[in-house]
Design a protein around this ligand. Structure first.
Ligand SMILES: C[C@H](O)[C@H](O)[C@H]1CNC2=NC(N)=NC(=O)C2=N1
Length: 100
């Protein structure tokens, strides 16, 4: 999957498509969202669904799980910043958090 780089102006524009919770990091190089679930089982279900999307996209999240919380950071390591793949994975994670 070819990663198309996204500049700061476009990133701010595309952030709106992602809806509640997502933010661009201070340095402009990643997307971040803290997901909170009712319990560990739901958090892990979200991670399992997200992992399948990540494999399909060949694009993987940096994330940290503590019980019912999953802190997510999306960046394209190969490019040292944001690409369309980060936004595509963010959308997939939104769906995964809704159990879809
Ligand atoms: C070789 C392979 O395509 C790359 O290492 C992929 C895998 N997953 C990845 N995930 C993320 N988030 N950034 C990358 O640059 C990246 N690169």
């Amino acid at each position: 999957m070819k990663a198309i780089e996204i500049d700061a102006t476009e990133a701010r524009e595309r952030l709106k498509e992602l809806g509640e919770g997502w933010a661009i990091s201070e340095d402009g190089k990643s997307l971040q969202r803290d997901f909170k679930f009712r319990n560990f089982n739901e958090a892990f279900g979200f991670m399992a669904r997200s992992a399948l999307s990540a494999e399909k996209l060949n694009h993987h999240p940096d994330w940290f799980n503590c019980w019912n919380r999953v802190n997510v950071k999306l960046t394209t390591h190969d490019k040292g910043g944001l690409t369309d793949l980060d936004f595509r994975l963010a959308k997939a994670m939104n769906r995964a958090s809704a159990g879809l």
